[in-house]
Write a protein that binds this ligand. Structure first.
Ligand code: HEC
Length: 137
């Protein structure tokens, strides 16, 4: 149980740091770009996974992990056509699979670990996007 709690605390820590990093961005640095609803849905679904983890609601975890994977397969996901973006997307999908499989086995620790890995993928890809933009400027 302690293990699960510490992994969850770590997950929350990462999620909070990610949030702080995004808030630390200076405003109005670049013109706002169009954000598709698809991109915004990622946040809702990943929050729903965290909720499912805390409630040990395995159905909710599975449902939202699968939905996230499906989102990542939609054409609107492919904002960039770089090999790096493809790799980032694949690694993201792997974490979604890990969460869904763990939830199917009712393994809360593994599902939580999957969530932590997924959060890392969110942050990594976004940081790649930022770097990529800077190179274009
Ligand atoms: C493979 C790359 C990749 C991964 C992984 C990824 N994103 Fe994104 N995300 C993007 C791109 C591309 C955009 C579009 C905005 C942009 O061009 O920066 C975006 C936009 C967003 C936005 C809208 C941002 C805004 O300015 O309103 C949110 C929220 C978001 N992502 C959350 C998440 C969350 C939560 C995860 C993990 C569950 C995640 N993303 C994983 C690439 C990714």
């Amino acid at each position: 149980m302690m293990k699960v709690v510490s992994v969850l605390v770590l997950a929350m820590f990462i999620a909070t740091s990610a949030w702080q990093i995004s808030c630390a961005d200076p405003p109005n640095e670049e013109p706002p770009h169009r954000i598709t609803p698809l991109m915004k849905m990622k946040l809702d679904k990943s929050k729903a996974i965290l909720e499912g983890l805390t409630l040990e609601d395995f159905d909710a975890i599975t449902k939202n992990a699968k939905a996230l994977k499906l989102l990542s397969l939609e054409s609107g996901w492919n904002v960039l056509q770089t090999p790096e973006y493809v790799t980032q997307s694949q690694e993201f999908r792997r974490t979604a699979d890990m969460i869904a499989e763990a939830a199917k086995e009712k393994n809360i620790s593994r599902a939580t670990l999957g969530y932590v890995s997924m959060t890392v993928r969110c942050v990594e890809c976004h940081s790649y996007m930022r770097k990529h933009r800077m190179e274009l400027n």
